[in-house]
Design a protein around this ligand. Sequence first.
Ligand code: FES
Ligand SMILES: [Fe+2]
Length: 462
Amino acid sequence: MLSKQDNELLCRVGRGRPMGELMRQYWMPVVYDWELERDGAPLRVRVLGEDLIAWRDSNGKPGFVVENCPHRGASLFFGRNEEAGLRCVYHGWKFDTSGACVDMPNEPAESDFRTKVQARSYRAAEYGGLVWVYMGERQDAPPEVPRFEWGLVPPAQRQHSHKLVYVCNWLQALEGELDTTHVYFLHSRLNPSLPAKYGTWVDDRAARLSVLNTPGGVLYGGKRVEEDGNTYWRTTQFLFPIYGMFPGGRDDGTVPLSIYVPIDDEHTLHMGVFWHPTRALETGRDPRKGSLPDEPGVLANGVGPMKPHQHGRFFADWWPVVNHENDFLQDAGARKTKSFTGIPGIRLQDSAVIWSMGPIMNRPNEHLGTADAAIIRVRRRLLEATKALRDQGAAPPGVDDASVYTVRSCLTVLPPEANWLEALADWHNARTLEHPNPGFMGRRRILEQAVSHQYASDSRAT
Ligand code: FES
Ligand SMILES: [Fe+2]
């Protein structure tokens, strides 16, 4: 459990709050590059509690500007995106991507008032198919964007699988990613003789965890012993401050990443990315157009469809159809006969439990066991880094070393005598393109097929 004070410290992300200041040390991924068209419609986004307008100018340069115009506060969402600037529709003031006022047509020509006004804007960068915002103090010389391997490989080797708004705090969403034992309950089928399309199955549902600190966060391995004495390892990376690389990729070495951007204290933007160090993946699927299976109990891929464009709301295209207002389409019949939850999809099952904790989980009331060791460690690291920044001004992990993000998670079988950390070090640190044990899933005897049955490169269990 956490004290009320530490829970508040970890969860609240507004400007001036300790965690809000920690988050502002880092770049935050916000929109897909294709969402921002040159001279196209500006988008409403909210990041770390600040309402921003994301846009792309005539030269292709992306920008993030505080939503309300510095003149008299009209929303720049209605602005005209034209001739390398965003022009407020109220009195025609026009701003470039740096926030400089480049035209003030309602003032006399001889006035120099224009040069005294600045729209508050933040640095933008493009990396790995996403547009990122940096909201920290170092606007003139921001740190490097985290050097994730999926931004280094050719676009054909990465897939942006899903994106949606969660109505809950960012930390409980991230913690779901770091929680290895839920996979064989929440995501399971009712018994092993049922087809894998209804969920996961393993006989040994109590993993033994090894947890250690890394330069960029925390690495942990969950170990299960196979019938033949070999060990089945699922390893996960937490990377500061909002990333979880879980071991749900294919057994060929596809690696998944989950991203949890705090929208504000009670909303989170969740995105999924998959990549392969050498092979092409399925690309080109529109992450807005998910579908749901006809048969209750069968797992959907991803997060299902998105609602129609939500006019007037931030992230207007990313509100899921399956949500707490329809009880995540839980089906009582399927829960009795097919799957543990009756909720139609792994990501939707995750969503249901994460949202059900309330807008901000009340951690003073929880009871953590040994299976929660990774969650405990990640919280400790976040608390330490947040307090070190607040009290000593210490830069948190990864801010000034983008290379700590060039890592992977793993899913593999090792011989009984192998030391997992040594055996997987080259793979974990992206020093090799060779998966330590490629294609092993088909040969495993204790097989939780649902983790591998989800199609080629979509959302899977943590
Ligand atoms: S409020 Fe924007 S130009 Fe006047
Ligand atoms: Fe999960």
